[in-house]
Each structure stands twice: as structure tokens, then as C-alpha cells.
Design a binder for this molecule. Structure first.
Ligand code: NAD
Length: 430
């Protein structure tokens, strides 16, 4: 049997610890989630029956600020996964120097099987169950897989009803009319795009001769595919949970998005107005997409997609992890040996939490920014931290993943020390 997701995630921490001088107290601190909550959520279904759903919220570490992290709706959600995602958020927020710790939540549900009213009752029921565990200065929610603006709006509203005060800063990724930030929906992909552009220029690669495959065609995947195509990269393959499509000469991403929006499925199409016609393409599986001979591979769906089993077949030169945890630690070693450069999730998909932070700041100040300002600040943050991580990786001859963890660990270690550890009291004098 393979490692649990959390044990696997923890091996990345162990690798980075070899390069960082932080106290045993701080290391011990980072191995344990601060608090985990497991709840049963009763939902009255449309047919009158009562169903219970399992929900979770984990606050992994709050040394650097209130915990922050998305809420996932998926049949595979369990405590191990939520804890791992909260662990990644801790390092992601530290790597980006955001004043947050890491948190995450989820409900074990297939949202596609629920009506919109059932989904609303479930989302409000989740907030009823966790209201005392969260708050604008305690733990802040956001969207993740199969949750969106509409759901964030219900969650913020429910929390405000419970607390008898409008509390926009408890949830980010809200509809703009409820205090959401412009640019939040595209932020994860936009942040990834800024780093990809920066790294491609460091590596002296040009969009016109760079092919791209994207796994996952949701918020993050479809948006990054569109941004890459618009910038001149040749996006040759995309996929969703049903499977993928491939066209050697490149796909028309705006048409595919339009088609997916209206039909809920992916087809290689060209659309003129509302009429879309199918163009020449191959139907491929997700497994085939991952093994395509492309320059850039972007996993933007689920975790554990590249494992020790399929890593030997991967042909891409660069992998940018837009999804959280798409590569197992065993696969990391194999990809490294093959000379494939992996740009890690805690950097690449951090644009989402960065603009969530901007949304929280705007909610608390009551002053709202323009899209230009949001994207300018996002680009500055992503590029600055990406450059730091690149330099650490060059100086220490480590993978970019280990470099990102070293970068985050330095900040986390310093904060934990400052709160008071055995070494801190032993070594420091007033
Ligand atoms: P989403 O729900 O909008 O889209 C998920 C996509 O993945 C869908 O197209 C779905 O069809 C596809 N998918 C599901 N199972 C699949 C499978 N087995 N194979 C291939 N495709 C599959 O979710 P999202 O918000 O785009 O999130 C995608 C990933 O990005 C997740 O790992 C999430 O944690 C990460 N992420 C998202 C954000 C954000 O702001 N949305 C921020 C950081 C990280």
C-alpha cells in the first residue's frame, strides 16, 4: 500500500529540513496540525428525505496569522486529504509571505448529484456546523475544487446571519457584489501564468515553439489554457474528468471553453458566434495526456496524478503544478532523474490565495481596487517569490520544490522561534 497523502506530503518537509537551521521545537511544531474538526451535516433533500454529509475543517498552523484555505466538494474528500491540503497551505502562505497560516475544508459529496437548492442547504449547513471554528481573524474560507463564487456567497451570508453582523472577510472568492475582489476568479491561473512567463524567459524559451498540455478544464485549468494560448503557446491537449482531446497543430481554447460552458463536455471545436463545429482531433485518456511529448505539462485537476507507475512515461520538459499535490514524492525522484524540471504547487498555484489575501484586505479597509491594481500586485508578489525560490534552488543545487519549502521554512521557523522555543530562550539575551 502507498503512503497516505499526509505522510507523502510530510516527506517534502523532511527533505527541506536538511537545508534549514531551525530548532527541534519548531520542527516538532510543524509536524502536527493545530486543530481538526469533523462534522455531520444534515440536509433536507428536495424529495423530503433527510441525508447526512461528512464535512471537515483543519487549521494546520497559525503562527504567521489566521489560517486560510479553500473548501472542496468531492466524493473523495477525507480527513487525510484535508489535512494534507491544510499543510500545503501553511507552506504556500509562508512562501508567498502572506500574513496567514494554513487551513482547508471539505465535504464528502458529489455536487453534480445535488440540485442547486440542495447545494445551498448543504453549504449553509456546513457553516452552521463550523461557525465557531472559523472567523475573519481565525480561519478564512475560499473556493477549491467544485466550489465557486456562488457557494462562497452563501457561506459568507450564513456566517453573517449566525454572528448577526456582516462579515465579508470570513470568506474570499465571493461574488463581487458581496465584497469579492475583481480578478479573484482568474487569480490562480493568472499567478501561474506570471511565473511560467518569468521562468520561460530565464530558460530562454519562446511561446511560439513551446507546446503545452493541460489536465483539468475547470476554473484553474481552463483559464491557464486560455492565458497560454493567448500569449502564443501552442496548447495541443486538454482534458476533464471524462477524458481529453489532442490536436498536433493546437486547439482553439476560447471555442472549447464556450462549448464546455454550454454542453458541460469537452470537444475540439471551432466556434463562430453560437455555432461550434468539430475540428480534427484525437480523443485521448487522462493517462495519455500526461505522457504526451510536449514541452510544458500542466496538471490542474486532482492530486496523485503522476506516481511511480506513470512517471517513467512522462516526456514533458517542464511541469507546472497548478493542482495541489499532483505528483507523489516517489514520482518526484523519477522525474528528477529524467531531468524534468518541476515547478511546485506551493508556488505555482499561490495566485489564488494571494488575491484572496487582497480581497480580505479590501474587505477590512472598505476600499476596493481596480483589476489593474490587483494584477499588478499579484505579478509583483509571484515574480518576487519565484525569483527567490529559483535562486535558492541554484545556490543549494536542490529541486525547485525543496527550494520552495526551504524558503517557506525559513519564514515559519523564524516566526515559531519568535513565539518562544527552548533554543530561543537559551540563545537570546535582552
Ligand atoms: P474545478 O472544480 O473548477 O475544476 C476541476 C477540473 O478537474 C474539472 O475540469 C474536472 O472535470 C477535472 N477533473 C476532475 N477529476 C479529474 C480527473 N480524474 N482527471 C482529469 N480531470 C479531472 O477546480 P479548480 O478550482 O480548477 O481546481 C483544480 C486544482 O487546482 C485543484 O487541485 C485545486 O486544489 C487547485 N487550486 C485551485 C485554486 C482555485 O483558486 N480555484 C487555487 C489553488 C489551487
Amino acid at each position: 500500500m502507498g503512503l497516505s497523502l499526509f505522510s507523502d506530503a510530510s516527506t517534502r518537509l523532511a527533505q527541506a529540513l536538511k537545508f534549514v537551521a531551525i530548532s527541534d521545537d519548531a520542527i516538532e511544531h510543524l509536524k502536527h496540525p493545530k486543530a481538526s474538526l469533523s462534522v455531520s451535516i444534515p440536509v433536507r433533500m428536495d424529495n423530503g428525505s433527510l441525508r447526512f454529509f461528512q464535512g471537515y475543517r483543519v487549521r494546520y498552523d497559525d503562527t504567521r496569522g489566521p489560517t486560510k484555505g479553500g473548501v472542496r466538494y468531492h466524493p473523495g474528500v477525507n480527513l487525510d486529504e484535508v489535512q494534507s491540503l491544510a499543510f500545503w497551505m501553511t507552506f504556500k502562505c509562508a512562501a508567498l509571505n502572506l500574513p496567514y497560516g494554513g487551513g482547508k475544508g471539505g465535504i464528502t459529496v458529489n455536487p453534480k448529484e445535488l440540485s442547486r437548492l440542495e447545494l445551498e442547504r448543504l453549504s449553509r449547513g456546513y457553516i452552521d456546523a463550523i461557525a465557531d471554528f472559523i472567523g475573519p481573524d481565525v480561519d478564512i474560507l475560499a473556493p477549491d475544487m467544485y466550489t465557486n463564487q456562488m457557494i462562497m456567497g452563501w457561506m459568507m451570508d450564513q456566517y453573517s446571519i449566525i454572528k448577526r453582523q456582516i462579515s465579508p472577510a470570513v470568506v474570499t472568492g465571493k461574488p463581487i457584489t458581496m465584497g469579492g475582489s475583481v480578478g479573484r476568479e482568474s487569480a490562480t491561473a493568472m499567478g501561474a501564468f506570471f511565473v511560467i512567463e518569468r521562468m520561460m524567459s530565464k530558460l530562454d524559451r519562446h511561446p511560439s515553439n513551446t507546446t503545452v498540455a493541460v489536465q483539468g478544464f475547470g476554473n484553474a485549468g481552463a483559464t491557464i489554457a486560455a492565458l497560454m494560448a493567448k500569449a502564443g503557446y501552442k496548447v495541443v491537449a486538454v482534458s476533464d474528468s471524462q477524458g481529453g482531446i489532442y490536436a498536433k497543430k493546437g486547439l482553439d481554447i476560447p471555442s472549447i471553453r464556450q462549448y464546455k460552458h454550454s454542453s458541460r463536455s469537452i470537444q475540439a471545436v471551432y466556434c463562430a458566434g453560437t455555432v461550434c463545429s468539430v475540428v480534427e482531433h484525437e480523443v485521448i485518456t487522462n493517462e495519455q495526456l500526461l505522457a504526451l511529448d510536449v514541452d510544458i505539462l500542466i496538471p490542474a485537476a486532482l492530486e496523485n496524478q503522476i506516481t511511480a507507475t506513470n512517471a517513467p512515461q512522462i516526456q514533458a520538459k517542464y511541469i507546472f503544478e497548478v493542482a495541489n499535490g499532483p505528483i507523489t514524492s516517489e514520482a518526484d525522484g523519477i522525474l528528477d532523474q529524467k531531468g524534468i524540471m518541476v515547478f511546485p504547487d506551493i508556488l505555482i498555484n499561490a495566485g489564488g490565495v494571494t488575491v484572496s489575501y487582497f480581497e480580505w484586505v479590501q474587505n477590512r479597509s472598505g476600499l476596493y481596487w481596480t483589476l489593474e491594481e490587483v494584477n499588478r500586485r499579484l505579478q509583483e508578489k509571484m515574480v518576487t517569490e519565484a525569483d527567490h525560490i529559483w535562486t535558492i534552488s541554484q545556490d543549494r543545487s536542490t529541486s525547485l520544490r525543496t527550494a520552495a519549502y526551504i524558503h517557506a521554512l525559513n519564514r515559519l521557523g523564524e516566526a515559531i522561534e519568535a513565539k518562544g522555543t527552548r533554543d530561543y530562550y537559551a540563545n537570546k539575551r535582552f
